[in-house]
Design a protein around this ligand. Structure first.
Ligand code: SDX
Length: 428
């Protein structure tokens, strides 16, 4: 309910417009501007810098303080004390599971990891060198052709079954995308492995030798999944909500989210960070400084990938945990002297002392260190955003489920029209 109001006076209007203000449980209050339409006015907010698209109880971000809460739990506590499957349950249903709920949820996911064998045929339609994100986009959208039995979005039970299927099958499809890309046979998931162990097994096992799972890498993989799970109304989650608002099926909505995530300004940044570190090449001071100067040069399109964030004007709390995980994994694998890690750490240090970045409050974000960990674990760069998508699927489907659990309207933004007035077609 509105507990306060904003009064808008508009030149040319003979009366002020009263707009209700609502307060949430945390964060900024919102002004309900819907009444402007009947006054012949729209709001104008390209990039949605100050626009709330919905109400949500899933994730809260305080960009100024670098706070990220999932259902109220701080991300650093979840990353160190929970695991990805428990985080999935909590994001989807709102509370941490008790022992019985966890066991049931984990077992349902573990037993839904296989995909229909006919789905293998989808892959043969892609060129061998297709980017795994293009394969993921296509195959996930195609799941709608296989799972019609529970796709009534008005039924909570069907929504939960679709969510379980997506959480369970994304790692399988992701690993298949990689295997197709490298010309190796697909691995079937194993029910004796944890979520992260299974993913690494399906990625790296091959018929010629047993794949030994490194527990440090499995733990790091689980933590990377947890750190990327959800992030409020980011571009890809907003895409999923917009697609969902038309009544589209969950697989089509998640496929839309994957497509939006792929951009280098969003989830594609982790791959772009590694490409940037490759481009920087040597770790000499003057060379790194040259790239920092390029990032500051308005005439140069080069940006420091993995730096900056629309919401965080402080350290991204996920980047802190990712940096600790990076040190752990590289030490475990004997790669503490990895040249790219050294460049990344020096780059961060220089940037954080530079007025340009300080003034614009640009800090490392979740993507800055994740790629170095994944590369150290032997995961190819073109799979980094795929892994982001595997993890973010729980965030996307939780927001989709939340939207359908409440009343909602189809998303239909308006515009500031700058085109021609009406004119007649010239030809007789
Ligand atoms: C993710 O929204 C989410 O929550 C996303 C995400 C999630 O979990 O879903 O957190 C995941 O997408 C993380 C962000 C990954 N992207 C990158 O690392 C790409 C590099 N970063 C930038 O492209 C940029 O910082 C954005 C896109 C992340 C944010 O862009 P904004 O909010 O639109 O800010 P902006 O581009 O207007 O930048 C403000 C100023 C500009 O300079 P001025 O015009 O004021 O002089 O800062 C500069 C920008 O040029 N700037 C950078 C920079 N990022 C911003 N300059 C150099 N290098 C950078 N990385």
């Amino acid at each position: 309910m509105a507990d306060r109001k904003a009064t808008l006076t508009v030149d040319g209007l003979d009366k002020a417009i009263e707009l209700p203000i609502y307060s949430g449980s945390l964060g900024p209050d919102v002004i309900d501007v819907r009444a402007l339409g009947s006054e012949g006015l729209f709001t104008y907010d390209p990039g949605f810098m100050a626009t709330s698209s919905c109400q949500s109880a899933i994730t809260y971000i305080d960009g100024g303080k670098g706070i990220l809460l999932h259902r109220g739990y701080p991300i650093d506590q979840l990353a160190s004390k929970s695991n990805f499957v428990e985080v999935c349950y909590t994001l989807l249903f709102g509370e941490l599971p008790n022992e019985e709920q966890y066991a049931d949820f984990e077992s349902r996911i573990r037993n839904h990891t296989m995909v229909h064998d006919q789905i293998n045929n989808f892959f043969k339609g892609f060129r061998r060198d297709a980017h795994p994100m293009s394969i993921l986009c296509g195959v996930v959208g195609g799941l709608a052709a296989f799972y019609h039995d529970h796709m009534d979005i008005t039924k909570e039970e069907d929504r939960v079954i679709s969510a379980i299927r997506l959480i369970a099958k994304m790692p399988t499809i992701a690993a298949m995308s990689h295997k197709y890309n490298v010309g190796q046979p697909f691995n079937y998931p194993r029910n004796d492995l944890s979520y992260a162990e299974n993913f690494l097994y399906m990625m790296f096992s091959n018929p010629c030798e047993d794949y030994k799972i490194n527990p440090v890498c499995a733990k790091a993989m689980d933590r990377i999944f947890t750190l990327h799970a959800d992030h409020e109304q980011n571009a890809s989650t907003s895409t999923v909500r917009l697609a969902g608002s038309t009544g589209a099926n969950p697989f089509a909505c998640i496929s839309a989210g994957i497509a939006a995530l792929w951009g280098p300004a969003h989830g594609g940044a982790n791959e772009a960070v590694l490409n940037m570190l490759d481009e920087i090449g040597d770790e000499s001071e003057e060379n790194i400084q040259r790239f920092v100067d390029k990032a500051k040069d308005k005439d140069d399109p080069f940006k420091l990938m993995g730096f900056g964030h629309r919401v965080y004007r402080n350290f991204d709390p996920r980047a802190k945990v990712m940096k600790e995980t990076c040190d752990e994994v590289l030490a475990e694998l004997g790669l503490a002297d990895d040249p790219q890690l050294k460049i990344a750490k020096r780059l961060e240090q220089i940037a954080l002392e530079d007025e340009y970045f300080i003034e614009r409050k640009l800090y490392p974000n979740v993507d800055f260190y994740s790629g170095i960990i994944l590369k150290a674990m032997g995961i190819p760069t073109n799979m980094f955003t795929v892994i982001f998508a595997v993890s973010r699927t729980i965030g996307w489907i939780s927001h989709w489920h939340e939207m359908h659990s409440d009343s909602y309207k189809i998303g239909r933004p308006r515009q500031l029209y700058t085109g021609h007035d009406q004119r007649d077609y010239p030809k007789k």
